[in-house]
Design a protein around this ligand. Structure first.
Ligand SMILES: Nc1ncnc2c1ncn2[C@@H]1O[C@H](COP(=O)(O)OP(=O)(O)OP(=O)(O)O)[C@@H](O)[C@H]1O
Length: 256
């Protein structure tokens, strides 16, 4: 079996800041990996480079598709990259507004992504949108309402439904529960966990929240100053952190 995604020797600087400094990371099919680290450590930059949204200055990203062919993500033509993002990948943003179209109804947000992936039959698309609203525990009777009528947590559920309706193989998430109330976060994390397990998704997600990493991730990658300082199985990294920086990170959470 080959990894589903491989970042090889990635580097990216912003002026004097090394946001990524020779980072390599592989993600395996069905694996959930959390990228943790303090603010400014390069987590979002790594996610965006791996997701093809930002060009690295060195290194490359390989995606192994369902047929086993390796594709160099940053060498794809724009149209090919967009097809990949619609068909095989999903991206869940921290701010639901970045992942939703606020002028389109809730059901339309889900249906639109199905149409972009080739769905044509209006009745089937509407039925799928209703089914996905139920799966993310939203009331399908509200599918014609605009996203702004829903709370932040519900908007995030809608963004997840929009992302998963096309059954991607690989999902990127940038702080998917960031900015929400603690009780809302906990329910959303539970939902994400059950959907990810049920669909067998490979997920790469960025979080500040060590508890979220423990709940969702099989493996944890710890970043500092643009480098990976430690990685390993989630329980091992959190219960027996080896790098002093990870020890501080875990201890600061326990103390909080
Ligand atoms: N577009 C940009 N222009 C200039 N500097 C940037 C840009 N994007 C990121 N940086 C810098 O690169 C470094 C890594 O940023 P990044 O956003 O990847 O960190 P992060 O770990 O995701 O932080 P946070 O948790 O606060 O989102 C930081 O020093 C940041 O200021």
């Amino acid at each position: 079996m080959s990894p589903i995604l491989e970042g090889q020797d990635l580097a990216l600087r912003f002026g004097a800041v090394r946001a990524l400094d020779d980072v390599s990371l592989s993600l395996w099919p069905g694996e959930v990996v959390a990228i943790v680290g303090e603010s400014g450590s390069g987590k979002s930059t790594l996610l965006r480079v791996l997701a093809g949204l930002m060009e690295p200055q060195a290194g490359r990203v390989l995606y192994h598709d369902a047929e086993g062919a390796a594709q160099d993500v940053h060498a794809l033509r724009e149209a090919e990259r967009r097809t990949l993002m619609r068909r095989d990948w999903g991206f869940v943003h921290q701010n639901a507004r970045d992942g939703l179209r606020m002028g389109v109804s809730a059901g339309g947000n889900i249906g639109e992504r199905l149409m972009a992936a080739g769905g044509r039959h209006y009745g089937n698309i509407r039925a799928a949108a209703a089914e996905w609203m139920s799966r993310v525990e939203m009331d399908p009777a509200r599918m014609d309402e605009a996203p702004r009528n829903f709370s932040g947590g519900m908007q995030q559920r809608l963004q997840i439904a929009r992302c998963l309706v096309t059954r991607p193989r690989l999902v990127f998430m940038d702080e998917p529960t960031g900015g929400l109330d603690v009780s809302v976060q906990a329910r959303l994390l539970d939902l994400i966990r059950s959907l990810v397990a049920e669909l067998g998704l490979a997920v790469l997600f960025v979080t500040h929240d060590i508890a979220a990493a423990r709940l969702l991730a099989h493996r944890i990658v710890v970043m500092r100053h643009g480098r990976i300082v430690e990685e390993g199985l989630a329980d091992r990294v959190l219960d027996d952190p080896r790098h002093p920086y990870t020890q501080l990170l875990v201890a600061s959470v326990l103390a909080a």
